[in-house]
Each structure stands twice: as C-alpha cells, then as structure tokens.
Design a protein around this ligand. Structure first.
Ligand code: BGC
Length: 434
C-alpha cells in the first residue's frame, strides 16, 4: 500500500515535470521533497518545522489586488504547501444573473409592479474590492443587459441613485421576452459598508432598502444582493411583506427556508466542499501524502470529490468549488447548509492521521455566511480529519485584530487564513517568516 502510494507520488512528479502548464489535477509542487526520501505517510524527520515551512491555506478571500483583481502569486506560493480554497466566482455569478433572468421571464406578466414599462431593480454590493462581490455585480448586470464595459471588463462600481437611467456605470437594458421588448433599469446600488468599515454588512442593507423604497416605492420590482446576509436583511425589512422577489447568494439555511415565503432564490457556493478542501489540503500536507488524496483520488476511508463539484487550477495554486442555483424548484435539497458533503464525510483513522493543531481565522465573526454556514461545516470536518482547530473570529475591519492573536505561530502545525482585505497577505506571512 505504502509502496503503491510512493510509486504514485513518483509518477505524479515525473508527469509534473513533463507536463507544460497546469492541468486540472494538482501536481506535486516543484521543490517538494522527493518521494524516495520521504515515503508517503512516514513520520516527518525529527526537529521542529519552521513556521515559514508549515502548510498554509488562504480561504474565502483570495490574495489579490483589490483594485485590479490581479492574483498575489507571492502569497499563493508562500511555500510548497500553500493553496487557496474558494469557489468559481464567475461561474456562480453567471448562474445568479441567469436565475434572476429566468424569474423575470417566467413572471413577465406580473413583474412590473407599477406598469410603467420599466423593470426596476436595486442591488446590494458586498465589498467593492472583493473578487466574489465584483463577479456577482457583473453577473447580474450582464444577464439583465445593464452592463457597461470598460477596457474589456464590465464595470462593477456602485451607481448610488440612478432614477433617470443616466448613471455611467450601467445602462438601461433591453430584454425581449415573448416577442415584446422591456426596459430594465438598475435604480440604485451601494456598497453595504458600516461606519466602522465592515463590508457585506447586513444591517446596512436592511436600512438602505428603507431609503431606496422611500425614493422609488413601487418602481422596485426586484431586489438583488451579492449575498444572503444582506438579501435576507432587505427581505425581512421590506420585500417579504411587499412580495418583491429578492435574490441572494450563499444558500445559508435561513435564506433557503425563506424561499417558501417568497425569497426569489440563492446560489450555493458549495461551502460543504470548500470547508472540506480547506482542512483536507492541510491534512494532506501534514501527512506528507499527495495533495490530491481524498480530493480527486479516493483516500483509504473512501473520501473523494467528483469533478462536477470542484476544480483545481495549478497556475493559481487554487481549488474552486462549483456553484448550484437554489430556487423554488429544488430548495428542499438544500435546507441544512451545515451538513458535511456525504462523499467526503468518512472518518479518518488516528493511526494514519494523528491529531494536529491548526490556527484558523474567520475575518468577521458577524458575517452571516462565514459564521452560520462555513464555520459550522469546518467544525464538522475538523473531527473527521483529526484536526484540532483553534477558531479566531475577527471584527471584519482590521487585520491587526486578527494578527494580534497569532502571537505564537510555533504552537501550531498549520494555518488557514481569511483576510479582511485581499491585499493584506503580508500581514500574516510576516508573522510566519519571523
Ligand atoms: C460570501 C459572502 C461573505 C464573503 C466574506 C463571500 O464569498 O458570499 O457572503 O460575506 O464571502 O468574505
């Protein structure tokens, strides 16, 4: 068995050397210890591992330039055991736009509440510098034909108030449905940031819908949101009672349940797969086995993911879960967002996978998705994977609030990091380099 694994590892390395460019399957990273000197599953040589050499996973906020979106490859390849785990933001954004368009098409006879011939929507933006947020804003605008391009990319800025359709970041869209042409207008959009600086802020969205309603009243036919936290705040504050379809993202349990009460729909970013990958990648690196173990290749307990739920992009050192639309037609399959994904819910043995200590932070303890969906999933998988995880909850505003609590990295075997801002990787790697 060990021999077979060592052989497989060696083969992977040879393929890794001959293949040009990144394939779909992760290759053993260049510079890793040759299989011959470190047989799979063997105990690492005695002596403490330097913090800078310990496995590191970035998750949910991909190290990148928050203005240009360019990936921060220095952070993504900090050491040979560094990866990012997130989801395919563009594929999910397309799905979200399509879900809203499908709803409009199916309800075209009743969607225009005041009959003024304009289908008006408002949009809650999470964080104008976060690639997930940017992708979702673009996805909605693209599907509803309100997108304006600049330098080959759809603009993702907030428009503020756009009562007459003259905003420069969007245009009035035209949709032809049933042979008839309709105008679509983004009446308003805003980054939902609170006065202390926390983004994706649900309370801000809940207040803002009140302002938008007092400006636009029944011109608002659809409410779109970059996530469910903000979407549900607007739904509960206004759209539920006024029967205005509201669309979010994340498939948090409360949002899925609200579909029965008229919430328009949401997107599952397969947090059950992401939370698994976040910890599994660390587990594999700590065990010294091929990084694909229990991911694309079954482990001895039978854990394996099929390629319809994730992809790996070697050049970006990133695992991306794939998204699924959740609407009135299928929501009953998604009611518990915190349930481990069955194909990867098999317990690992202590023998082959002894308990290791992991430091992990959630950038904002008050973020709905991370606290109500992602962290409970991590807590289920940490038992399955024999990881003793210390969870640190940040305030969503300052990196220092989190990094202050990483004062002794030597106590941990591996790290999982969720930054406040995607540009700030160095605040963490500096601590590991000390
Ligand atoms: C989620 C948001 C969340 C954000 C935090 C996104 O992927 O969809 O709900 O607020 O991550 O970084």
């Amino acid at each position: 068995m060990k021999k077979a694994l060592a052989l497989a590892l060696a083969l992977t390395m040879v393929l890794g050397l001959t293949a040009c460019g990144g394939g779909d399957k992760p290759q053993q990273p260049a510079g890793s210890t040759p299989a011959a000197s470190t047989p799979a599953s063997s105990t690492p040589a005695a002596g403490p591992v330097a913090n800078k050499d310990k496995p590191l996973v970035w998750f949910n906020r991909q190290p990148s330039n928050s203005s240009t979106g360019e990936l921060d490859m220095t952070a993504l390849s900090f050491n040979k055991d560094t990866y990012y785990v997130g989801f395919d933001a563009n594929q999910g954004a397309e799905l979200q736009g399509q879900m809203i368009l499908d709803y409009i098409t199916a309800n075209i006879d009743t969607i225009d509440r005041n009959g003024d011939g304009v289908i008006g929507y408002v949009l809650a933006i999470g964080d104008i510098g976060h690639n997930d947020s940017i992708a979702r804003t673009r996805g909605v605008r693209k599907a509803l034909d309100t997108a304006v391009e600049e330098g080959g990319a759809i603009k993702s800025d907030a428009v503020g108030i756009n009562a007459d359709g003259s905003a420069s970041a969007v245009k009035d869209g035209k949709l032809t449905i049933g042979g008839k042409e309709y105008t679509v207008r983004e009446l308003a959009s805003q980054e939902m940031k609170n006065s202390a600086g926390a983004t994706w802020d649900a309370a801000t969205a809940g207040n803002t819908i009140g302002t938008w309603v007092s400006t636009f009243g029944d011109q608002i036919d659809i409410v779109a949101s970059n996530n469910d936290g903000m979407g549900m705040a607007m739904f509960n504050a206004w759209s539920k009672e006024n029967k205005v379809p509201t669309f979010g993202y994340d498939a948090n349990s409360d949002a899925v349940a609200a579909i029965a009460d008229g919430y328009g729909g949401t997107i599952s970013q397969h947090a059950d797969v992401q939370a698994y990958l976040t910890l599994r990648v660390l587990r594999n690196a700590l065990d010294g086995v091929d990084i694909d173990t229990g991911i694309g290749t079954p482990d001895e307990a039978g854990n394996v993911l099929s390629d319809d739920v994730f992809k790996y992009v070697d050049a970006e050192r990133s695992y991306y879960a794939l998204n699924v639309a959740v609407t009135a037609g299928n929501y009953t399959d998604f009611t518990d967002a915190t349930k481990p994904y069955a194909p990867v819910a098999n317990q690992l043995s202590q023998d082959g996978h002894p308990t290791k200590n992991v430091w992990l932070n959630i950038y904002n303890a008050a973020d709905n998705f991370l606290s109500a969906t992602y962290q409970p999933l991590l807590q289920n998988y940490d038992d399955i994977l024999n990881l003793n995880v210390e969870y640190i909850g940040g305030d969503g505003q300052t990196e220092g609030n989190i990094t202050n609590r990483l004062s002794n990295p030597s106590q941990y075997d591996a790290f999982a990091i969720n930054m406040v801002k995607t540009d700030n990787s160095a605040s963490y790697t500096a601590l590991l380099n000390q």
